[in-house]
Design a protein around this ligand. Structure first.
Ligand code: MEV
Length: 371
């Protein structure tokens, strides 16, 4: 049995704009998705006590093909505190947590010098996590090496890479690596089309999207201790929103009005300002940038009355407020020094509120037995 978990994410800056080469900043939140896998009691795959239906769960099926293939069927149980369809990266957290559980249970062959005999990596091998594997495992495999299981087999970069491939596959080919990188690495992450000075570069990602080839550079944003004085309060409208639909609508709008790309670029400028404020612990500036980002997102048509109600309720006790994720429902986020008050205001306005520290731990194995 292996139990793994990965955090949800909250985008502080740059949602939508990140799909057009602009920077985005996201942080891992306290709410996590827990995935447990055990050997199946029969020759079938099971999910949450039911026979697994691959067509209903493309994320799970994509990972099964890439990491498990014809091995013994498994039983998967999911226990997630990340609400789905709400812009908090629930599918990325699930993909990354399941990838971690599968890799820990499957193990990885590693040479004495630590180099891999198998796996998906953008830097070590030309492995393609993105194409649909038709048969076998698509990762690099070579004979030899010692088989390591559990935590020793995990690699954050591999989890982020697999997670992004799976998200892209199930999101109509449009997915930035923001959600999956945050779920995998944890902390605060900045995604951009270039290497950003002053931030720790982690990896590159490439994807062929319907709008053309995209490349993203993934960075870690190191935060000073005083960030811990503030909290994020996330308000869920309860209105379900489908990322792929909202993203496709924005794409259509920009195609029709190319001059609106200027707004996307302005969001990018705000992301850079916000990332610097996060790095230097300037909480008031951080909040200001968030609120400015929200005005631009509203202008793009991705807010909705329910989000505006929660944002208005949270604003008086917050340093900054904005929608987070794809929008048109889902969640808003407030940066606040008075989380209990902000939480109460959101709930009074009809939202479900969650408090989180800023930048929690990434994917991890929580329990392993029987390997
Ligand atoms: C979704 O959480 C954020 C979007 O920017 C889409 C993406 O980055 O893949 C809207």
């Amino acid at each position: 049995m292996v139990r793994a978990s990965a955090p949800g994410k909250c985008i502080l800056f740059g949602e939508h704009a990140v799909l057009y080469g602009q920077p985005a900043v996201a942080v891992a939140i306290e709410q996590r998705c827990n995935v447990t896998i055990t050997d199946s009691v029969d020759d079938k795959w099971h999910l949450e006590g039911m026979i697994f239906k691959p067509e209903k769960h493309p994320h799970i099926d994509g990972l099964r093909k890439r990491l498990w293939n014809e091995r013994q069927p498994l039983t998967i149980n999911i226990d997630s505190a990340v609400p789905s369809g709400s812009g908090l990266g629930s599918s990325a957290a699930l993909s990354v947590a399941l990838a971690a559980a599968l890799r820990a249970k499957r193990g990885r062959r590693v040479a004495a010098d630590g180099s891999w005999h198998e796996g998906f990596s953008a830097s070590l091998f030309q492995t393609d996590a993105y194409s649909k594997p038709d048969k076998g495992d698509a990762g690099h495999i070579s004979p030899g090496g010692e088989l390591l299981f559990g935590r020793a087999a995990l690699d954050s970069d591999e989890l982020a890479l697999l997670g992004h491939a799976i998200e892209a596959e199930s999101q109509g080919g449009r997915a930035s690596p923001t959600d999956t990188a945050t779920a995998s690495y944890g902390g605060a992450v900045m995604i951009s089309d270039r290497r950003e000075r002053g931030f720790d570069w982690l990896c590159s990602r490439r994807l062929a999207t319907p709008e053309g080839d995209r490349q993203w550079e993934v960075h870690r944003v190191k935060m000073p201790d005083n960030i811990d004085q503030a909290r994020l309060v996330i308000g869920n409208t309860g209105v379900h929103s489908r990322t792929a639909t909202v993203v496709a609508d924005v794409a259509a709008q920009l195609k029709q009005n190319p001059e609106r790309m200027l707004e996307i670029e302005t969001i990018g400028d705000l992301s850079r300002r916000g990332a610097s404020a996060l790095r230097s612990g300037e909480l008031e500036e951080l909040g200001r940038c968030m609120s400015e980002n929200h005005l631009l997102l509203r202008g793009l048509g991705v807010s909705c009355p329910e989000l505006e109600t929660l944002i208005k309720a949270a604003a008086p006790t917050s340093l900054g407020v904005k929608l987070t994720g794809a929008g048109r429902g889902g969640c808003m986020v407030a940066l606040t020094m008075e989380p209990t008050l902000t939480c109460g205001a959101i709930e009074l306005a009809g939202g479900r509120a969650y408090i989180s520290e800023i930048g929690c731990e990434g994917a991890r194995i929580d329990m392993e037995s029987g390997n």
